[in-house]
Design a protein around this ligand. Sequence first.
Ligand code: NAP
Length: 221
Amino acid sequence: MRIGVFGTGVVGSTIASKLVERGHEVMMGSRTRDNDKAVAWTRKAGERASQGAFEDAASFGEVLFNCTGGTVSVAALEQAGAEAMGNKILLDLANPLAFVPGELPTLTVLNTDSVGEQIQRAFPRLRVVKTLNTMNTMIMVNPRAVPGDHNVFLSGNDADAKAQVAGWLDEWFGWKRESIIDLGDITSARGVEMVLPLWLRLMVTFKTPMFNFHVVRAPAS
Ligand SMILES: NC(=O)c1ccc[n+]([C@@H]2O[C@H](COP(=O)([O-])OP(=O)(O)OC[C@H]3O[C@@H](n4cnc5c(N)ncnc54)[C@H](OP(=O)(O)O)[C@@H]3O)[C@@H](O)[C@H]2O)c1
C-alpha cells in the first residue's frame, strides 16, 4: 500500500519506518520538500521510502497518518490540501500540547473540543480516526514492548474507517483485536487527548515512557 506520513519528528519516523519494514511504500511529508530530517530518514529507510511536501505525501498516500504537533496539525493539513486528501482515511496521532521549559506540557484544546474534531471540522470529507496518541511511539508500533494486556483506542465518525484501522493496527503493528477499544464518534477524541496530563505525570513517576493504559471490566452480571 502507498502511505503518506505527515511529520518528521520521532513519531513520524517511527511509524514510517515500521510501515516500510512491513513492505509498504511510504512518503514522509513536511513543510518543505528538502527537510533535513525527512531526507535523512529516506536515505536510511531504503527504496520504498521517499519524502516530499505535505501536499506530495497527501497525494501519494492511499492512507494518511497525522504525526504533526497537535497545535499545528490543522495548519499542516491545510498545506496538505483538502483536494489531495479527499475522503482518505487519516489516522490522527496528535496531542495538543504546549511546551514550557521546566514544566510539564499543558493541553491547548480540551473539554469541549479536540484536535481530532478540529481536523474533522476543517476537512469534512476526510475520514479521521483518532488512535495511538495515548502511548509512547515505540509502543505504538510494538505493543509487545509492554508485557501483558493493554489498550489502544479508536475515535471517529466513520464505522467502516474504524474497522479498517483496527485491521491495520493488528496487521501492521501487532495490536490484538481484543486490545482495541472503539470509543465512538470523533468527539470521543476529547477523552483520549485529555489523558495526556495523567500520562505525562506517570512518565515522571515511573521515570520511563514505556508503559500503557489497560482498562479492566467486571464480568457482565
Ligand atoms: N513522542 C511520542 O511518543 C508521542 C506519543 C503520542 C503522541 N505524540 C504526538 O505525535 C505528534 C508528533 O510528535 P513528534 O514529537 O514526532 O513531532 P513534533 O515535533 O510534535 O511535530 C513535528 C512536525 O510538525 C510539523 N510542524 C511544526 N510546526 C508547524 C507549523 N507551524 N505548520 C505546519 N507543520 C508544522 C513539522 O514540520 P517540518 O517537518 O516541516 O518541520 C514536523 O513535521 C505530536 O502531536 C505529539 O503530541 C507523540
